[in-house]
Each structure stands twice: as structure tokens, then as C-alpha cells.
Design a protein around this ligand. Structure first.
Ligand code: NI
Length: 218
């Protein structure tokens, strides 16, 4: 018998070994609520290919709460084309650029802007209060409807549109950023998904395509 397993050391070593085994068992057999980073990355890749290749049914009806506290969803925008965007007000870069581009589309459309509804859905309802949302979208265009819900509601709607998002802690701070895909979705007058504009699409380009679509029925 090795020296370490003789005398008083044996029960201690046995206890350590058992604790380790129990820990490993617990880890593998307990469902984790928060997906690992690897699982998240795999989900992001799957969402991206489903969106780009149109492999899955994209979009669908939803109702959330607008910046004035009213229940609002795609059904309320029937008869209008919808420019739908998912982001968050603390977004340092991508969201403001794309929201400004959407505002530019409305400007370029002139009176036809009445036939288009811009919608912003926050992916960060924990921090994006109703009031914050109201002020934020108001900076871009008074025409914006800003929507929020519970974390679970927002996750459900984001999944419908294959929007990937994940909270990422900022090292050395209690704050976090939200990594997210930033496509601008075009939804038809009946609430059905038509297609998407890649992030960074110029307002001029979007306006031209929206005009084409406005000239078509449906
Ligand atoms: Ni953003």
C-alpha cells in the first residue's frame, strides 16, 4: 500500500476522490440553463445560414409592448410595409448607424413614408426601459415604434427572425454589451417576411427597394 494511503491520510484522500466524482456527475447530469459559449456560437452559425439561405420559415406574428406602454404587434401594421430591426439603446456602433439609415429611408420616401412602419425591438429589455426607448427612437424619427417585452418574450421574437444575440460581460466592469446580428427585415403588408438588408446598407439603397415594393400589390 502506498505511504499516502496509510494512516490518517487515507480517509481524506478518499473523501477528495468522492467529491471529485460527485462533482463530475453533477456537471454532466444537470441541465444547464445558460448555454455555453460554444453552444451559442453554434446557434449563431445555424441562424445565419438559415437566414442567408432562406432554409427555414423566417418571421411570424408577435405582440410586445410599445414605448407608450401599449400592446403592439405586426397585426397593428397591416397595410404597411414594416422595416423591422433588433438592437439595444446602449449599442455603441451598429444600431445607431442602421437606425439612422432607416430614418433616412423615411426621409427619402417623402409622403410615401406613411406606407412604411419602422419598428425597433430591444434585445436588452433589462436596461431598455419604456422611457429610454421612447427617447432613443425619437432621436432618429418620431415614426418609430419601439417594442420591448420580458427576456423570454424578446428571445422568442428574435428566434422567429433568426436574430442571434448574447450578453457579453465587459472585463473589469459590471456592465455588459449585447452581441447581436443586425439585419434590417422587410415585412409585407400582411405581416409576412419578404427579405432582409445586410447591416450597413445605405438608406438610398433601401429606399429604392422599398419604393419598388410599394409599387407592387401585397
Ligand atoms: Ni447594436
Amino acid at each position: 500500500m502506498p505511504a499516502a494511503l496509510r494512516g490518517w491520510r487515507a480517509p481524506i484522500l478518499l473523501a477528495i476522490a468522492l467529491a471529485g466524482a460527485a462533482g463530475a456527475f453533477y456537471y454532466w447530469h444537470t441541465p444547464r440553463e445558460t448555454p455555453t459559449q460554444e453552444e451559442r456560437r453554434a446557434e449563431a452559425a445555424r441562424f445565419m445560414s438559415e437566414l442567408m439561405l432562406g432554409k427555414a420559415g423566417i418571421g411570424g406574428p408577435f405582440t410586445l409592448t410599445d414605448q407608450h406602454g401599449k400592446a403592439k404587434g405586426l397585426a397593428d401594421f397591416r397595410g404597411k410595409l414594416v422595416l423591422l430591426y433588433f438592437g439595444y439603446t446602449f449599442c455603441p456602433d451598429v444600431c445607431p448607424t442602421d437606425l439612422a439609415a432607416i430614418a433616412r429611408v423615411l426621409e427619402l420616401l417623402g409622403p410615401d413614408a406613411d406606407k412604411v412602419q419602422p419598428v425597433f425591438v430591444t434585445l436588452d429589455p433589462g436596461r431598455d426601459t419604456q422611457e429610454l426607448l421612447r427617447n432613443y427612437v425619437g432621436n432618429f424619427s418620431p415614426r418609430f415604434v419601439a417594442l420591448r417585452g420580458t427576456e423570454a418574450e424578446v428571445r422568442r421574437v428574435a428566434n422567429l427572425y433568426r436574430v442571434y444575440f448574447e450578453k457579453v460581460p465587459v472585463p473589469g466592469a459590471s456592465a455588459y454589451v449585447v452581441d447581436h446580428t443586425a439585419f434590417i427585415y422587410l415585412v409585407d403588408r400582411d405581416g409576412d417576411y419578404i427579405g432582409f438588408f445586410p447591416p450597413g446598407t445605405a438608406g438610398e439603397r433601401m429606399a429604392a427597394l422599398v419604393r419598388e415594393r410599394l409599387a407592387q400589390p401585397g
